[in-house]
Design a protein around this ligand. Structure first.
Ligand code: PMP
Length: 437
């Protein structure tokens, strides 16, 4: 390896972010709610990194757990062998999951968790003699990572169109985002539960007995914090039950306290058959993802007769000891500081704060739930330029990190945010919005 101080050469192979090269922004440290930039500025984290650092940054319990584990047992083979942290973590996790979802399969990212969950769904039906169930249904504007499974069931056409057929037998239901009826509604939209019936439409296009699973994000996060209308998820669950179809909630963003409950499934009172998680499981410190499944589903995949004969599935780093330690330190931090329910305490303060931006130039919708929010801006007619991206750049200059997707600004601060920091975030963002062209 040639060591180079040529930053151009470093960025080119490193960054996945096309905009970065022309406008480099470097973080060199982070503590609690703030990042420190290479030029020594403090930046308030309005996005929990990438929706992941739910416990904030540089938290002692997590750091200590990681340091201790790496010194004690750095790695153990993920197959045939085990180690205590993996078992402890699995048992702690299933105490948090909804009743009946009591098995854990470990992966290393949200994308891997999604791919695993899709495979588990297919294997489950097959183990029950229903191998004809091979179809998977996702939702428009759904984001499920960048693996082949995730982009196939994902509803972002631009992410998959250059890759040809991908998974076969995949279809998508319509999304519920209906600004004409729900603009500026606080919390869950009042209108649109009937969009769930679109699942019946898609099922009817195929033979229902060929459909294995429906995968949706309870709240579509990456595509702009699109909230389910009241009653929508309940109807999706009922339709899946009617047709013997598994329901997978992708809780990579909504998991671990974002809505004031451990999972969106708890918040909405709708229990899926499987859940995919990542991000908040280690508060972003070390890569980890997981699938939570009901026992009969997990068993069909991991211990079913077909497994013994032919099936292999697992990752070298599944339940990596250091990742498990990070997750245990994270769960300790969540428990000690009450972070998994803190968003519920702050929800109405947060709602008022984000909605105080209503009326500012170009703001056409504001959405909120728990400690997640979005400000949707009017598109610039006939131009690809996004006001939201200009807002991101201006906010960064003013010491605030936000996330944008298209014309939408998304907010998901670490769950440790104080009311004063919520005020600061909203004041800065308000100043940024006022200054937009
Ligand atoms: N699913 C959802 C709902 C996500 O938000 C993401 C990441 N933003 C993923 C899957 C993919 O996770 P990863 O980037 O860890 O692969």
């Amino acid at each position: 390896i040639r060591v180079t101080n040529n930053l151009e050469a470093f960025w080119m192979p490193f960054t996945a972010n096309r905009q970065f090269k022309s406008n480099p922004r470097m973080f060199v440290a982070a503590k609690d709610m703030h990042y420190t930039t290479a030029d020594g500025r403090q930046v308030l984290d309005g996005t929990a990194g990438l929706w992941c650092c739910n416990a904030g940054h540089g938290r002692p319990k997590i750091t200590e757990a990681v340091q201790k584990q790496v010194a004690e047992l750095d790695y153990a083979p993920a197959f045939q062998m085990g180690h205590p942290a993996a078992f402890e973590l699995a048992s702690r996790l299933v105490q948090l999951t909804p009743q009946g979802i009591d098995h854990v399969f470990f992966a290393n990212s949200g994308s891997e968790a999604v791919d695993s969950a899709l495979k588990i769904a297919l294997a489950y039906h097959r183990a029950r003699g229903e191998g004809q169930r091979f179809r998977l249904i996702g939702r428009e504007r759904g984001y499920h990572g960048v693996g082949f499974g995730g982009i196939s069931v994902g509803g972002i056409v631009s992410n998959r169109k250059m890759f040809g057929t991908l998974l076969t037998g995949v279809d998508h239901i319509r999304h519920t985002h209906d600004l004409t009826r729900n603009a500026f509604s606080r919390g869950l939209p009042e209108h649109g539960a009937e969009y769930a019936e679109d699942l019946e439409r898609v099922i009817a296009l195929h033979d229902p007995s060929t459909i294995a699973a429906v995968i949706i994000e309870p709240i579509a996060g990456s595509t702009g914090v699109l909230l389910p209308p009241k009653g929508y998820l309940e109807r999706i669950r009922a339709i899946c039950d009617k047709h013997g179809i598994l329901l997978i909630f992708d809780e990579v963003i909504t998991g671990f306290g974002r809505l004031g409950a451990p999972f969106a499934a708890d918040y909405f009172g709708v229990t899926p058959d499987m859940m995919t998680v990542a991000k908040g499981i280690t508060s972003g410190v070390i890569p980890m993802g997981a699938v939570f499944a009901k026992k009969e589903i997990y068993d069909a995949f991991m211990t079913g007769p077909e497994h013994l004969i032919e099936l292999f599935h697992g990752y070298t780093y599944s339940a990596n000891p250091v990742a498990c330690a990070a997750a245990l330190g994270t769960l300790d931090t969540y428990a000690e500081e009450g972070l998994l329910t803190r968003a519920a305490d702050l929800a109405s303060y947060w709602e008022d704060a984000v909605h105080s931006l209503k009326g500012l130039p170009h703001v056409i919708d504001i959405r909120n739930l728990g400690l997640i929010g979005a400000i949707e801006l009017e598109p610039i007619a006939g131009q690809p330029t996004k006001r939201a991206f200009s807002a991101f750049l201006k906010a960064y200059e003013k010491g605030l990190l936000i996330r944008t997707t298209g014309d939408i600004i998304a907010l998901s601060p670490p769950l440790i945010i104080s009311k004063a920091q919520i005020d600061e975030l909203i004041t800065t963002l308000g100043d940024v919005l006022k200054a937009l062209d």
